[in-house]
Design a protein around this ligand. Structure first.
Ligand code: DGJ
Length: 712
């Protein structure tokens, strides 16, 4: 719901349990008023005016702006900075008008001297308890405006509080690691300057008042839906103010806003949880499952896939892939995906990228026979591509050396022996859509794994006018979204996985165009507990791909049981990536058993509410529980890192069950029992959640999977 007062100078957005209020001040600034629990009466929300004067501060700097133009002595992070036709670098935004349209509040601010209109767009997602924000700039003048910084939103948190800042940091093979620190006074920036979302930081923030837990405490959070250069800034100052700004990164950014044209920022999805981080995650997960992920994915669970990469790397050929497909099918795999190596001269990562025709030595009869084989085994067929990239040693690069980002007098830096194509160029975009259309039309392909294996460097686009050359940081991502949308429109039955050397492109913008994402190249099941825990803070399990691969794992030589590997991977959308011809009959039988169980219960993981019961960061035992939306069934994953004689395995307290209903709990494919519950005696949800129980895990890297379902 959106409310306004009689004077039309106060606006309140209400969702199921939260509210967000802002005011127009006497000077026409838009000031933040309130963000938190929903209050009983509209009159309960504060009306905010211009702040009191502070020595050595401008009022403008101290005001809790909803969107701050760089002007009048703003020394904090500006939301908007631009240069006008006469080189004035000062933006004076004043409230002009508002409208409520399609459940969105649009506040229009204007810089009257230069004909710039700024629409602040707020949309309450009532049933999800979330608020969406974005901005549209409209150049109403006859002159171009050079944009230098355009963020999506600025948020203000309650003053004079202690906060815990939660971020996701990482690296290749170790993405989405949770970082939680006390917020200190200063400016905290995390960002990507790499052209993609990046492995190193993620456009997500959470700020918890005092020290919130999974179940308790106030948490404010936000997620930016963008896959190009982005920036998150948290500013905490000596006055006790805390501001969060999010959006496109201003680093090396410049955008020419032509006369009478507009620019739309990516959106931020933000929210407030009064019940700790757990509720924050569940709010975001449900929102993604029901409104963000492509419609085709919303209806179903993801198929169990097999991927050839770890087994055969670049050495793919028809007989070997057919053999793998037979093995995969015998496990109950539903989708067989051939990874890198099937095209051009791609025998290693030094050549062939960009030449998207089937390698005749590896597949003399084309892909047809392999696809038919896969289909005859009852599986769908998927293929790997990396369309945004090129090896210098490729026919594509030899024909179009100007298609890559470059500065003419500089040597291009290679990453994994490849260069990034300038997808902002219409001819390059057309080429990608063209070859993908051909590939998908000529072959019965059901699934595309879309990879992207380098950050940008020497980001030049010399063929275009200088005022637009720095638009690449935005245009690249926009162009990729357009390509995905075009291909999805042309091939509605094909689903897509987004991958960037593992989890380098995990964000809501990617979620909007992909059915799933590749979480990390690190498939070690224990390392994955940490990666997956971080991922689960903002992102839903249905989109999170997790493969069972060989032991010892290539990433760290750790040995782990097949059971442990399956349990770790069954917490997301399951895949298998092991070298199956080397698996023993016993291993194949066990794998078959887990895949059958996964299919039986995957709806709980894909559609259920996630509860983090114990973190691998804090305890030798980690546990994650998923509860079906009707609360009839729940899956509980438990992992023991290592047993110590002096240490008792901690109790687990399940959550999210119906208090009055009776549940029974049993281990799946396991004879182990709970230590202090009688499996034959159902207990009420209230009792299970209050009493908790201990699981009989022993030794090193032990695990068990439990089904908690309604008795009778
Ligand atoms: C990086 C991906 O993350 C891997 O899964 C694999 O597809 C390789 N690229 C192939 O080159």
């Amino acid at each position: 719901m959106i409310h306004t007062n009689n004077e039309k100078n106060r606006f309140i957005l209400e969702t199921e349990t939260t509210a967000y209020a802002l005011s127009i001040t006497e000077l026409g600034n838009v000031a933040h008023g309130y963000w938190g629990k929903r209050l009983n009466r509209i009159e309960d929300y504060p009306q905010v005016g211009e702040p009191a004067r502070l020595n050595q501060e401008t009022n403008y700097n101290v005001l809790a702006h909803e969107y701050a133009g760089w002007s009048q002595g703003l020394y904090l992070e500006p939301s908007l900075k631009c240069s006008f036709q006469d080189h004035t670098r000062d933006v004076v935004l004043k409230f002009a008008e508002y409208q409520i349209k399609e459940n969105a509040l649009i506040l229009t601010l204007r810089d009257a001297a230069f004909g710039l209109a700024v629409d602040l767009i707020y949309r309450p997602w009532e049933n999800y308890d979330l608020i969406e924000r974005k901005v549209v700039l409209r150049n109403e003048s006859d002159f171009s405006i050079q944009l230098q910084q355009v963020l999506s939103a600025r948020f203000t948190l309650p003053t004079c509080e202690r906060y815990q800042l939660t971020q996701l940091v990482g690296k290749w093979g170790g993405e989405t690691q949770l970082s939680q620190t006390e917020l200190s006074i200063g400016k905290h920036i995390w960002e990507s300057r790499r052209g993609i979302t990046s492995h190193f930081a993620n456009p997500f923030f959470a700020l918890g008042r005092q020290n919130p837990s999974e179940t308790h405490g106030d948490v404010w959070f936000g997620l930016l839906a963008f896959s190009g250069n982005w920036k998150s800034v948290v500013e905490a100052n000596i006055h006790g103010q805390v501001f969060v700004s999010m959006g496109i990164n201003d680093f090396d950014f410049s955008w020419k806003l032509e006369p009478h044209s507009s620019f739309e920022t990516p959106r931020v999805i933000a929210g407030f949880s009064a019940e700790g981080y757990g509720r924050m995650s569940r709010m975001l997960h449900r929102f993604q499952r029901e409104t963000i992920l492509p419609e085709s994915t919303r209806q179903s669970c993801r198929p169990v896939l097999y991927n050839s990469w770890e087994a055969t790397e670049f050495h793919v050929n028809e007989p070997d892939q057919c053999k793998l497909a037979e093995k995969a099918a015998s496990l109950g795999i539903e989708l067989f995906v051939i990874d890198d190596g099937w095209f051009g001269a791609r025998n290693h990562d030094r050549a062939g990228l960009g030449d998207w025709h089937v390698n005749p030595e590896k597949f003399p009869r084309g892909l047809g026979p392999l696809i038919q084989k896969v289909q005859s085994l009852g599986m769908k067929f998927g293929i790997w591509v990396e369309p945004e990239m090129v090896n210098p040693d490729s026919d594509l690069f030899r024909a179009h050396p100007d298609w890559v980002y470059h500065f003419p007098k500089r040597t291009a830096t290679l990453y994994r022996n490849q260069l990034a194509l300038n997808v902002c160029r219409p001819d390059v975009q057309k080429y990608i859509i063209g070859f993908m259309t051909k590939l998908l039309s000529e072959n019965a392909i059901d699934f595309v794994k879309w990879d992207m294996n380098r950050s940008f460097s020497e980001p030049g686009w010399p063929e275009i006018e200088p005022a637009r050359q720095q638009e690449i940081w935005i245009r690249h991502a926009q162009s990729i979204y357009e390509i995905f949308k075009t291909l999805r429109g042309r091939f509605p039955n094909v689903s897509f996985e987004s991958c960037a050397s593992g989890g380098g492109r995990v964000d809501l913008g990617t979620f909007e165009v992909s059915d799933q994402v590749w979480t990390s190249d690190n498939t070690d099941p224990y390392d994955r507990l940490f990666i997956q825990e971080g991922f689960s803070y903002p992102y839903c399990a249905r989109a999170m791909m997790a493969w069972v691969t060989d032991s010892p794992n290539f990433a760290n030589e750790r040995r782990s049981s097949l059971r442990y590997r399956f349990h770790s991977s069954m917490m997301g959308s399951l895949g298998v990536g092991g070298n199956l011809p080397k698996w023993s009959d016993d291993e194949m039988n066990e794998a078959r058993q887990w895949i059958t169980a996964y299919k039986q219960y995957r709806h709980i993981v894909a559609n259920g509410d996630l509860y983090r019961l114990a973190s691998p960061r804090q305890s030798p035992l980690s546990a994650v529980q998923y509860v079906s939306p009707d609360k009839k069934e729940s899956l509980l994953f438990t992992f023991l890192h290592s047993a110590r004689r002096t240490q008792i395995v901690p109790r687990i307290y399940p959550r999210g069950l119906q208090s009055e209903s009776l549940y029974k709990i049993q281990a799946i494919h396991d004879t182990r029992q709970l230590l202090d519950l009688n499996p034959n005696e159902p207990l009420s949800g209230a009792a299970l959640m209050a009493r908790g129980f201990r699981v009989a895990l022993t030794g090193d890297f032990d695990s068990a999977l439990w089904l908690v379902d309604k008795a009778g």
